[in-house]
Design a binder for this molecule. Structure first.
Ligand SMILES: C[S@@+](CC[C@H](N)C(=O)[O-])C[C@H]1O[C@@H](n2cnc3c(N)ncnc32)[C@H](O)[C@@H]1O
Length: 205
């Protein structure tokens, strides 16, 4: 088992600045630490999304792309035109080195997204929304960047599932009939630390 130094700290962050700093510091060892703990969610999300799309060549955005592990999983599932965005410049640098993204850009906290709704047929947020990472409103931010028929594929780990602030954002979209759940599955996230996640694919109505 690897040194769990960053995994021990990551679920205790509270501000966007703390999150960005931690991921900048983690960027060198993130892939090793996370893969040694059996990181399963990227492949689960990528497979679930690929089963819902009609055109694997349509542009998609991997929001919170980190070092590009999630982009690599999307490529393995057949997607061909993936852009990546992340809060952390250092994580993005690693992602660019992997060469899995068509384009990448750094997320500026509290800024609007730098593209018009509908640019992407699908958006992913894999291991991104949750305690110690992107806040619950990120779900609204990304759903608002889709046009009707657009897909949002994301995961909530056990920490996020236990916090009503995260599940409430999801329930609002469903109960107000602004989105439909096309796929939902609870399964392994980081088995090395006994953490699971639910993978969702939503379609905007
Ligand atoms: C656990 S990593 C997941 C990275 C990648 N998706 C993967 O599956 O390996 C979480 C990523 O979300 C990014 N992040 C955290 N808060 C964010 C926010 N508000 N907006 C965009 N990215 C954010 C972090 O910088 C980090 O790279």
């Amino acid at each position: 088992m690897s040194d769990d130094r960053f995994l021990d700290k990551v679920y205790d962050l509270s501000t966007t600045e703390e999150t960005r700093e931690l991921y900048d510091d983690w960027s060198d060892s993130y892939d090793t630490e996370i893969m040694e703990n059996g990181y399963a969610t990227p492949e689960r999300v990528a497979r679930a999304l690929a089963a819902q799309v009609h055109d694997l060549n349509a542009p998609i955005l991997d929001y919170g792309c980190g070092t590009g592990i999630s982009g690599a999983a999307l490529i393995a599932a057949g997607f061909t035109a993936i852009d990546g965005a992340d809060l952390s410049a250092e994580m993005l640098m690693r992602a660019r080195e992997k060469g899995v993204y068509r384009d990448t850009w750094q997320v500026q906290p509290d800024a609007e997204l730098p593209f018009a709704p509908g640019k992407y047929h699908a958006i992913t947020a894999i291991g991104v929304i949750g305690v110690g990472a992107a806040p619950p409103e990120t779900l609204d931010l990304l759903m608002n960047a889709l046009t009707p028929g657009g897909l949002f594929a994301f995961s909530l780990n056990d920490h996020a599932l236990a916090d009503p602030a995260f599940t409430a954002r999801l329930h609002d979209w469903i109960f107000e009939e602004k989105a439909k759940i096309m796929f939902e599955e609870y399964g392994e996230h980081l088995p090395g630390i006994n953490l699971n996640s639910t993978v969702y694919v939503l379609e905007k109505t």
